[in-house]
Design a protein around this ligand. Structure first.
Ligand code: GDP
Ligand code: MG
Length: 207
């Protein structure tokens, strides 16, 4: 069984102070509300309802941690998948949006155990202003970034390739960047994304 398939719920935190002390490598998932983040986490973990795929965008206001048990010592986790709150949903009051921007920004800049970031972008929308702001927070911290261009099943192959090239150009400022078309429903890019994430958690098995 693959490492990601062992993911299990660990903690929800409303504030950074509620997270466990930095330890095992964390891979954080970020994206606009409705970008397909919950669907991606669920399919990567091979579990239908690990990250609740909400029909109400903007509802998930918590940082959710999923533990990845050490195969040799299942009581302890060798890494975490971190589901960060979605952003860019207009119906959330401005004050709450600012609080969340602060939590998200501080997590991305300051969390020492953050090994890599998975940025989810709807392949048809590309990089929005909100996504760009997030990238501006992340860039100085020089974390490796994996961009999943979600809902790739909605575009024919040629347009997917073009979308990948456009995002690579727009995000050239990020040092370590991988961009892949992804579909939770059609399982496009699934193995590639899973391998990438597992390498961040288990750097010693990198080729
Ligand atoms: N066609 C298609 N729809 C998707 C895919 N992934 C998610 N969706 C749909 O997009 C909407 C938002 O998905 P969700 O995972 O809840 O997004 P989140 O708000 O970012 O967590 C839902 O209606 C999903 O069914 C995909 O790969 N293909
Ligand atoms: Mg969600």
């Amino acid at each position: 069984m693959s490492l990601l398939h062992r993911a299990r719920f660990h903690t929800s935190a409303a504030k950074l102070e509620q997270l466990p002390p930095p330890g095992p490598a964390e891979v954080a998932f970020v994206g606009r509300s409705n970008s397909g983040k919950s669907s991606a986490i669920n399919v990567l973990a091979g579990q239908r309802r690990l990250a609740f795929s909400s029909r109400t965008p903007g509802r998930t206001r918590l940082i959710n941690l999923f533990g990845l048990p050490d195969p040799l010592e299942p009581e302890s986790d060798i890494g975490y998948l971190v589901d960060l709150p979605g952003y860019g949903y207009a119906a959330v009051p401005q004050s709450a949006r600012l609080d969340w921007a602060d939590v998200l920004g501080r997590y991305l800049r300051e969390r020492t155990s953050l090994a890599g970031l998975v940025l989810l972008l709807d392949i048809r929308r590309g990089l929005t202003e909100h996504d760009q702001r997030l990238v501006d927070w992340v860039a100085p911290a020089e974390r490796p970034v994996l961009v999943l261009l979600t809902k790739a099943d909605k575009l024919p192959y040629g347009q997917r390739v073009k979308a990948v090239a456009a995002i690579r150009r727009q995000l050239a400022e990020l040092g370590t960047l991988e961009v892949i078309p992804f579909s939770a429903t059609q399982r496009i890019g699934l193995d590639e994304a899973a391998n990438h994430i597992e390498r961040w958690i288990l750097p010693q098995v990198a080729p």
